[in-house]
Design a protein. Structure first.
Length: 590
């Protein structure tokens, strides 16, 4: 997404809400301290003309000594005042930029949190991280430095121009004659450097992604002894980034000599033309000194323009990326006329001719799926890997929307429900277990932070986790995850099951949740699932016959289609796929 500069600046302005006045004060302060820069040459000019080189210099020094002291003191006082203004402006602008950054960062995080699954499939973690760190810093830099530098450059140029014109307009015109050439060079540079910054930003995101994937996937790297390969891969990303950085800097080096030549021509011009003016008595010596002591006020802004342009392009590339997330909207949201269902659901789940295709996928994953799970029933879903089981259950909490057909709960299409109400009624233990770096207690009570300790223990018992938890060094207070105690696959699954149960859902969805636990523990879990002290419809994906055997209904999915459905006995009698599975798992003909 490429947004024009005006839009980006108004976006900054929008996010400065609450500190806009402070920012304007900062900008006015910038103008003020730049205008104050001119006071020193002004006073020097007066001192030189009156007390050093003028016709009556010697007499003035005796007769107007007071004035001399006054001029010197005024110079000192104004310098101190100017320094104070600079200090206050820096503090003020820093405050504004940090407040704005804090606000944008929170909005970005909120946006990312509310996104659909599709969003997470599209964006790489490293890229998202780059947006909320490096890119945001470029945005901050724009507010804290670039905009101020532009104001500084222009106010300095303008103030100098006015002062020069006041002294002698002809000499001023000669000095500013160089400006158009300089501007042409800078504009050419801008066109060259803009694509470089976009490239630079992309390379940084690539490098961050490589680092992030390696850190989180370090075990795999180690298991396959691929450290050298990964180091080399990272080195390539790093070199790519570094080379692009160098290329970007070199772009400026091509233009730099032109800018410098024009800038350095100014003193030469002043010497030649100014000298002539003095000889012709068109300007005084003091005025000449004022001109020459202020020539930097024209040179510097012109030199700075290159850098400013560079920063503008960096901001532009980064703001595109940040604003893309800032203005992104999830597609799956509450409908305006969504049905309000504040109470607990009865738990009837119905699929009506549901077909589904991933947005980025080529082929449909589910075809014409229809089934009903009555309140309190257990429906088991079986099928070989990749047949569409996870995709199917993800349609219930509306992580994705069916391409055709409807998913209904208690007779209401999930698309017509409020997302928060729908999801509050669902307890989901996902196939890839993710636990937080928190205590076991905190992980189990994740969906309901008011859960009492007693209840946490109860749910841990339901999921057959209580036993191993009590053996942990600090029991339920043991920190697990990245910075704590490691857990086995089966232990993680059991905590994830306890977490899903702890919200006392009307619909419990388990995606292969007992695949890593032993048969004995699985039996215990099954037993407790039947003994839950709240009504609950269970949809269980499983590979083992021992899990599916007691379900009220078993659905066999093959290539995204339900090919068999019925109870254990019915399916065995059918002598189809389920029957062959039973034979395979029990090792005997049934
Ligand atoms: P197992 O968990 O291995 O038993 O498989 P599953 O039955 O749960 O399969 P799943 O529903 O995860 O995937 C079904 C098909 O959808 C597979 O062919 C996947 O390649 C495809 N698929 C899964 N997730 C995505 C996704 O996010 N995007 C796209 N485009 N395809 C996906
Ligand atoms: Mg799956």
């Amino acid at each position: 997404m490429k947004t024009d500069l005006k839009k980006k600046l108004s976006w900054l302005w929008e996010n400065m809400e609450g500190c806009r006045i402070l920012y304007i004060i900062g900008i006015l302060g910038t103008v003020l301290y730049n205008a104050l820069q001119l006071t020193v040459p002004y006073f020097s000019q007066k001192i030189i003309d009156l007390f050093l080189t003028g016709e009556n210099a010697a007499r003035n020094l005796i007769e107007k000594r007071e004035l001399f002291y006054e001029l010197v003191i005024a110079m000192v006082v104004l310098t101190i005042f100017r320094t104070t203004v600079v200090y206050l402006v820096c503090m003020d602008v820093e405050h504004v930029s940090q407040t704005m950054l804090y606000r944008i960062r929170n909005v970005l995080f909120r946006k990312i949190e509310h996104q659909d699954m599709n969003f997470y499939n599209t964006y790489r973690t490293g890229d998202l991280m780059t947006r909320v760190t490096g890119d945001l810093d470029a945005v901050r830099h724009m507010v804290a430095w670039v905009i101020r530098s532009v104001v500084e450059a222009f106010s300095l140029l303008l103030a100098t121009a006015v002062y020069f014109l006041y002294m002698d307009w002809r000499l001023t015109l000669c000095m500013f004659g160089i400006a158009p050439f300089m501007l042409a060079v800078i504009l050419k540079f801008r066109d060259k450097v803009a694509p470089r910054h976009r490239e630079l930003r992309e390379k940084l995101a690539q490098m961050n992604t490589a680092a992030q994937e390696n850190i989180s996937g370090n075990r795999v790297v180690k298991a396959f002894a691929r450290e050298d390969y990964e180091i080399q891969k990272f080195d390539e990303c790093n070199r790519d980034y570094s080379e692009t950085n160098k290329k970007t800097s070199k772009t400026w080096l091509i233009y730099f000599p032109y800018v410098e030549t024009f800038a350095n021509l100014m003193p030469v011009l002043l010497l030649a033309v100014g000298g002539l003016f003095i000889i012709n008595k068109q300007i005084t010596m003091g005025e000449y000194v004022a001109f020459s002591s202020l020539i930097w006020a024209i040179q510097n802004p012109m030199r700075m323009l290159g850098n400013i342009m560079n920063e503008f392009q960096r901001f532009s590339a980064s703001a595109d990326k940040v604003m893309e997330i800032y203005y992104s909207e999830p597609k799956i949201v509450d409908k305006e006329d969504a049905v309000d269902l504040p109470g607990r659901f009865a738990g009837k789940v119905e699929f009506r001719n549901v077909s589904f295709k991933y947005e980025d996928g080529k082929l449909p994953v589910l075809h014409n799926i229809s089934f009903v799970a009555k309140p309190g029933e257990t429906v088991a879903i079986m099928g070989e890997t990749g047949c569409g089981k996870t995709s199917l259950i993800h349609l219930i909490p509306r992580f994705y929307e069916p391409t055709e057909g409807e998913v209904l709960i208690d007779g209401v299409n999930v698309a017509d429900m409020k997302l928060a109400q729908l999801r509050k009624n669902i307890g989901l233990a996902t196939q890839d277990v993710l636990l937080y770096s928190d205590t076991i207690d905190g992980n189990i009570a994740y969906g309901d932070s008011h859960l009492s300790q007693k209840e946490v223990v109860k749910f841990a018992k339901y999921s057959a986790a209580a036993q191993f938890i009590s053996k942990m060094p600090e029991g339920y207070e043991t920190i697990i995850g990245e910075r704590g105690v490691g857990l086995s696959g089966g232990q993680k699954q059991r905590i994830s099951l306890a977490r899903a149960l702890a919200v006392k859902p009307a619909i419990l969805i388990l995606d292969d949740t007992t695949s890593a636990v032993d048969m004995e523990t699985e039996k215990q879990i099954q037993h407790s699932l039947n003994e839950l002290d709240f009504p609950c419809t269970k949809i269980i994906i499983a590979q083992r016959i021992s899990t599916t055997k007691f379900a009220d209904k078993i659905l066999v999915i093959q290539d995204g289609r339900i090919t068999e459905s019925g109870t254990h006995e019915e399916l065995i009698a059918k002598k189809g796929y389920y029957y062959s599975l039973v034979a395979l798992q029990t090792g005997e003909e049934v």
